[in-house]
Ligand binder design. Structure first.
Ligand code: DGD
Ligand code: CLA
Ligand code: PID
Ligand code: PID
Ligand code: PID
Ligand code: PID
Ligand code: PID
Length: 312
């Protein structure tokens, strides 16, 4: 396709730049300016809306391309192979082309809103400047090909299941865990801190397992889960807490999503996360909430998972 061809030209223009970026740099975990969690949540919300509008088949292909690219990483900077770099660009270009332009620009504008204007120049100062300029020029040409192939209407909204066992179990889980949800400090910057003692390549292994799980998920249920999160973000209070009803809808959507992949795929995520999440992290989280609320939530979760497993 045209986007695939254009990705080769983009690769010619940008792979030198890709090799110069230190992909393992901890700086990418930082907020790109002043820490403004509620504004950042708005930017994430725009990404969720874009993801929900995208063609599920193309999202799946993009997840697969990222998984493959993680497999060909080499060198201290963590760069993928030239061929996989091109494949990721092509896959993302196709995702972008599957949503209306306004949804893409809404992400751009919302991210711009939380990004200090000095960030781009600082990023450029870390690489060879002319290579960054060449890559940007290549991106501008690529985007014209994407725009030419872009849809004008979003894909149809998800079909949301109802009257199922997971929906009923989600009500129980949500009633049991909403007090815990209200105890959590959602506006803290602790969630942007690196995991103690873990390097980027170690963390990437766990992310890779999530990508693999995402690629196996039912596309309609993934879209439904994204829509449920978008709705939930719409009802957050000044502390970032969503309504009880929207919280329940998120749990139901995520339970159905988990049930759409094999148990081993879910356990691969859990086991790889358990390798990088030290008990000091979970204990620290626990120390900041009402312990009775956390235990009630945990009981709710371990009951819920049996219902999910039964539909898996
Ligand atoms: C937890 C899990 C929450 C941990 C929160 C921190 C996670 C941070 C994730 C880092 C993100 C990095 C990626 C994002 C970066 C993006 C960058 C671009 O507190 C365990 C041990 C292992 C815990 C770590 C693994 C967590 C994996 C969770 C899935 C990951 C999801 C993905 C996250 C990121 C992205 C999302 C999109 O399981 O877990 C607490 C448990 O810890 C406590 O241990 C459990 C035992 O495992 C279990 O066997 C049992 O003993 C239980 O139960 C206690 O404790 C007992 C009874 O058996 C129950 O019936 C019940 O009564 C209970 O007691 C009541 O207390
Ligand atoms: Mg989510 C999970 C935040 C958007 C899909 N997501 C999580 C949690 C965290 C979170 C609360 C990971 C850390 C953790 O396990 O804490 N997501 C979060 C935010 C946003 C977002 C802030 C922003 C909008 N997510 C989002 C989108 C999608 C997903 C758009 C795609 C549709 N997310 C997704 C999945 C999963 C998460 C598939 C998870 O599996 C993971 C999770 O919750 O695992 C348990 C602990 C969890 C909580 C504090 C909230 C859940 C409360 C449960 C139901 C009860 C509590 C049990 C116990 C006390 C602690 C967990 C024990 C553990 C062993 C399971
Ligand atoms: C400017 C000035 C003009 C010239 C110009 C110009 C530049 C405009 C630009 C630009 C626009 C632009 C847009 C970009 C957009 C990037 C979008 C990224 C989206 C990320 C998402 C992430 C996600 C996911 C995912 C799917 C999940 C949801 C999420 C489901 C269903 C200024 C040059 C024209 C770069 C969507 C993918 C996992 C949230 O106009 O004179 O330069 O860049 O998890 O969805 O699960
Ligand atoms: C524009 C203007 C509108 C019209 C429009 C428009 C276009 C927007 C577009 C577009 C946005 C867009 C985005 C693209 C992004 C590509 C990103 C590629 C990333 C590749 C990576 C590869 C890798 C790895 C990996 C992880 C490793 C690092 C690496 C570590 C720690 C402008 C059309 C709407 C194409 C990250 C995955 C292995 C490097 O909005 O008027 O056209 O395209 O090895 O991580 O090692
Ligand atoms: C233990 C001991 C026993 C008792 C027990 C026990 C507990 C086991 C547990 C547990 C397992 C477990 C699993 C959990 C899994 C969570 C998985 C989360 C996945 C997140 C993903 C994120 C993503 C995306 C997304 C889609 C994108 C890709 C991504 C596309 C196509 C220890 C109780 C049995 C919690 C997949 C969603 C946006 C990466 O066994 O005695 O306690 O928890 O962006 O894909 O866009
Ligand atoms: C298990 C054991 C295997 C069998 C198995 C199994 C099950 C795994 C499961 C499962 C995993 C799982 C995960 C679920 C996670 C639910 C997470 C809910 C999160 C809700 C949120 C709501 C909100 C918001 C929001 C953003 C705001 C904060 C809030 C800010 C900054 C165990 C079956 C494989 C259900 C986060 C979105 C508005 C609170 O593996 O043997 O069954 O379920 O307002 O953010 O304000
Ligand atoms: C213990 C012992 C067992 C019993 C048990 C137990 C307790 C475990 C616990 C607990 C685990 C736990 C985990 C919690 C996790 C919360 C995760 C929240 C994530 C929030 C995010 C918010 C955000 C944003 C956002 C984008 C911004 C950055 C952020 C930028 C650029 C010990 C009870 C099981 C509470 C990710 C989205 C706005 C950070 O296990 O016997 O009690 O709690 O602002 O992006 O700014």
């Amino acid at each position: 396709d045209e986007i695939g061809d254009a990705s080769k030209k983009l690769g010619d223009a940008s792979y030198n730049f890709a090799k110069e970026v230190d992909w393992n740099n901890g700086i990418f975990l930082q907020a790109p300016g002043k820490f403004q969690p509620l504004k950042a949540l708005k930017a994430i919300d725009k990404m969720i809306e874009m993801g929900a509008a995208a063609d599920p088949k193309l999202l799946k292909a993009a997840a697969e391309a990222h998984h493959k690219a993680i497999g060909s990483i080499s060198g201290p900077n963590g760069v993928t192979s030239r061929a996989d770099w091109d494949e990721v660009n092509a896959a993302l270009g196709r995702v972008v082309a599957s949503v209306p332009k306004a949804k893409v620009m809404a992400v751009y504008d919302a991210v711009k809103d939380i990004t200090d204007p000095k960030v781009p120049a600082y990023m450029k100062s870390l690489v060879n400047g002319p290579d960054a300029e060449k890559a940007y020029q290549g991106f501008l040409e690529f985007k014209d090909v994407v725009a030419k192939n872009q849809v004008t209407a979003a894909s149809a909204p998800a079909v949301v299941p109802s009257g199922d066992k997971i929906g009923a179990a989600a009500k129980q889980l949500s009633d049991a865990s909403y007090p815990f949800i209200k105890d959590i400090d959602w506006l803290s910057d602790i969630y942007l801190k690196p995991l103690p003692g873990k390097t980027a390549p170690e963390t990437l292994k766990a992310i890779d397992k999530m990508i693999v799980m995402g690629a196996k998920m039912d596309g309609n249920l993934l879209k439904a889960a994204a829509e449920a999160h978008h709705k939930a973000i719409g009802s957050v209070d000044s502390k970032g807490v969503t309504s009880a009803a929207d919280y329940e809808a998120v749990n139901a959507a995520l339970g159905r999503l988990v049930a759409s992949v094999p148990k081993e795929t879910v356990m691969d995520v859990y086991n790889s996360m358990a390798k990088i999440v030290d008990p000091t992290v979970t204990n620290n989280m626990f120390s900041k909430v009402n312990p009775l609320d956390a235990v009630a939530a945990a009981k709710g979760f371990y009951t819920f998972k049996d219902v999910v497993q039964a539909s898996q």
